[in-house]
Design a protein around this ligand. Structure first.
Ligand code: FAD
Length: 432
């Protein structure tokens, strides 16, 4: 693949996309396929390490629509049939959940090595006609009534000016354009810190389906293990802010300490070697407002990020790109790039994302975990919950799912009261 450099190229495009992650590649593919002149500027040299490796079943039909599912299958990513929870805080043992097969999505997702996955998606965008500029950093933007102008730093350090009718911010947690256009606020109670790395040589637990993501609840927060092929996997922890504040040692020492908090994970890692440096991320839960404006649309993490616990990030990044693409194509047809053209996208993204929020808030509550760990859930209430956690409820919320969720949260409320009555802890650990 040609390594594009903007020196010598045409410096005017219909749309310029800042960021070549899943959101940027998805929208680049869709707009280029519909005949727009699109440039994707990505500051990193690909392939590059990225966190966010466990996908949802709702991601899979997007691969079909983009036309890259065969390439994803051929890449040999591990199939993820479900999730296994280990409670090593209150000692509720281990429970596995399997995604349901639905008419519009399969009963499984993939665990992906993001370096390979993001590279594959970006190459796909290039193959369908997007101009992709790697190691090009978008430095500044200026919106005018008839165009957007960007300053782009090329690999030799020089700055070039690029113009477009529309700017799409897909810059992830960098939220490139937020300072110029709106605000970014942290989500209350979710000021967590994550520490993570890849390992080789992890042991397979006998009681757990091979591709399941494992979540381990420990007093300091929660840990994950995302299995890739050949005993390689991603391991990390999301820590309560108070745990991090109380520590003064190195990040590596803290990482070892929290891994040791889980006997199951410690056992799985007994003969494993770390493959990557230990990475960290902080303050990753935030809201961006507004995420559409005149000649401007933000998608993926650049439009906000809720929490990593239910692996929603890549799905929301790619689905937001699809929803935005549909409004953007209409805006080009009408040659009208005012904010109101993108309001339908903004409404649909807000509505779809809202369904995950009660789960993220309640994940930190013991009463929620009581219900999840019930061996036989009353009235099969695990079904509407899995419907949401597979990503299906972003768009499809039949009445039984709606009623089931109300009932689930109603029972959880009662369970909370029972805990208090018995003198057990009922307090949420979300803001710890
Ligand atoms: P990104 O993937 O971050 O891509 C943005 C791109 O923009 C980057 O490549 C960056 O280099 C580029 N860029 C930034 N600024 C500029 C600039 N000025 N010029 C040019 N390029 C620029 N999601 C899941 O689905 N599953 C998980 O298991 C999961 N686990 C997570 C665990 C943690 C601890 C965290 C913090 C997040 C997790 N996520 C997970 C979320 C996931 O990482 C993101 O939601 C996802 O990567 C968003 O994709 P994106 O394309 O919006 O942004």
């Amino acid at each position: 693949m040609r390594q594009a450099n903007i020196c010598g190229d045409n410096l005017a495009f219909d749309a310029v996309i800042v960021g070549g992650g899943p959101a940027g590649s998805t929208i680049g593919t869709l707009l280029a396929r519909n005949g727009l002149a699109v440039a994707i500027f990505e500051r990193e040299r690909f392939p590059r390490f990225h966190i966010g490796e466990s996908l949802l079943p709702a991601n899979v039909p997007i691969f079909d629509r983009l036309g890259c599912h065969d390439a994803i299958r051929q890449a040999g990513f591990t199939v993820k049939p479900g999730v296994t929870l280990y409670d090593e805080h209150e000692g509720r043992a281990c429970k596995s959940f399997t995604f349901p097969p639905l008419p519009f999505q399969p009963a499984s997702a993939y665990n992906v090595v993001r370096a390979e996955f993001d590279d594959l998606l970006l190459r796909h965008a290039e193959q369908v006609g997007a101009s992709v500029y790697r190691e090009h950093v978008v430095k500044q933007m200026h919106r005018e009534s008839d165009k957007v102008t960007l300053q782009v730093q090329v690999p030799d350090g020089h700055l070039h000016e690029v113009q477009a009718s529309l700017l799409i911010d897909a810059s992830g947690r960098a939220t490139f354009a937020t300072q110029a256009i709106g605000t970014r606020e942290p989500l209350p109670g979710l000021g967590k810190v994550a520490i993570f790395a890849h390992f080789r040589g992890m042991k397979q637990e006998r009681e757990v389906p091979e591709g399941n993501i494992r979540l381990y609840l420990v007093p300091q927060g929660w840990l994950w293990r995302i299995p890739f092929a050949h005993g390689v996997g991603s391991v990390g922890g999301v820590l309560h802010a108070q745990v991090v504040k109380a520590r003064s040692g190195s990040i590596n020492a803290l990482f070892e300490e929290i891994l040791a908090a889980s006997p199951h994970l410690t056992d799985a890692l007994a003969s494993a070697q770390r493959l990557t440096p230990v990475h960290t991320a902080a303050n990753f839960s935030y809201r961006v407002s507004p995420f559409v404006a005149d000649r401007y649309v933000a998608i993926g993490d650049a439009s906000g990020f809720i929490d990593p616990v239910f692996s929603t990030g890549v799905f929301l990044a790619m689905r937001s790109a699809e929803l935005a693409a549909s409004d953007i194509l209409r805006a080009f047809a009408a040659q009208d790039f005012s904010a109101r053209r993108f309001r339908r996208y903004s409404r649909r993204l807000r509505r779809g994302t809202r369904v995950f929020l009660p789960f993220i808030e309640r994940f930190y509550e013991p009463a929620f975990l009581d219900l999840l760990f019930t061996p036989v859930p009353p009235w099969q209430l695990d079904k509407p919950v899995l419907w949401v956690l597979s990503g299906a409820a972003f768009e499809h919320r039949p009445l039984w799912v709606h009623l089931g969720l109300n009932m689930f949260f109603g029972i959880m409320h009662m369970r909370r009261a029972v805990r208090r009555f018995r003198g057990q802890s009922a307090a949420s650990r979300r803001s710890w």
